[in-house]
Design a protein around this ligand. Structure first.
Ligand SMILES: [Zn+2]
Length: 127
């Protein structure tokens, strides 16, 4: 699986990390969360992904968001392809800027929180 990571894809990914830090909700309803999905759409297109390659990225540490033993929890599994794309973008983003690296710790913590929330509240219907 090869993927071309353009400058625009990296910039979009960085913006998504920044937005995760700006989130102040628990249910995916805040301005930052909505903006995240807008950026996600840009990223998905920029990476040339197919419709079923969705979401474009998933934080590699994502945990099952559902209650243990629930039917949804039994069906849930990590999206390894999306996690691999996250890791590739992360490496690309880090390679090109030291400021991005500095901002990274906070973004990673925010991403952990956001990943959980997003799994529960999927993107509003595509229009
Ligand atoms: Zn939010």
């Amino acid at each position: 699986m090869t993927m071309t990571i353009t400058k625009k894809a990296i910039a979009t990914f960085r913006e998504m990390l920044r937005l995760e830090e700006g989130c102040d909700c628990q249910d995916g309803s805040c301005k930052a969360c909505r903006a995240w999905w807008d950026e996600h759409r840009v990223l998905h297109a920029e990476l040339g992904l197919r419709p079923w390659e969705y979401p474009a990225v998933e934080w590699p540490g994502s945990e099952c968001p559902y209650p243990p033993n629930s039917p949804a929890a039994e069906r849930w599994e990590p999206d390894l392809a999306a996690q691999s794309r996250w890791a590739q973008l992360e490496r690309a983003a880090q390679g090109r800027s030291t400021t991005a690296r500095a901002a990274h710790g906070a973004a990673r913590r925010a991403a952990r929180k956001a990943a959980k929330r997003r799994a529960k509240h999927r993107e509003p219907a595509l229009t």
